[in-house]
Design a protein around this ligand. Sequence first.
Ligand code: BEZ
Length: 211
Amino acid sequence: MSLRIGDDAPNFTAQSTEGEINFHEWLGDSWGIIYSHPADFTPVCTTELGRTAQLKDEFARRDTKVIAVSVDELKSHHDWVKDINETQNCDVDFPIIADTDRNVAELYNMIHPNASTSVTVRSVYFIGPDKKIKAIITYPASTGRNFTEILRVVDSLQLTANYSVATPVDWEQGQDVIISPAVKQEDVEGKFPKGHRVIKPYLRYTPQPNK
Ligand code: BEZ
């Protein structure tokens, strides 16, 4: 059965470019992203892994660890990392799993047989410190992911985990957020001292509480 939001993130032990990893131990108390790549030495994947490395400080600021998966072998990953560093002007220092037995790809439903029986699609799983899946996005091999969106999702997940708010369409850090419909109007002033606007009883905005 497919993994869904709220499910436990499956644990596994795997070989990676940073040595053997037990996924849950490696995550520790951090947030995590596990994302799949169709194959080594492919152009779109090269740019995605490069961007991940370039965004190292952004992920660190969000206490979010990133781990990549592809079904190619370790030697190939190490050789490919040299190309990524050279062509994307970066230093890949996060683990890339060598999922040659497809254990991780199967656990995380990263192979979509009607797209390809041999390689993974571009899956992204966002995992909370409680090891639960918080969000999932999936693209085909032909569409490179948007890492601005990936960081934005992390920001939204972390904000909404701590406050009774939701983030509206196209929300970005610092913009007003929506007060959760579960918050009674009589409790709004106490919970959101920065103020609020009522557009409709179900559509209430407040400044981002943690800014
Ligand atoms: C790529 O990463 O460039 C790619 C991989 C598989 C299919 C198409 C593109």
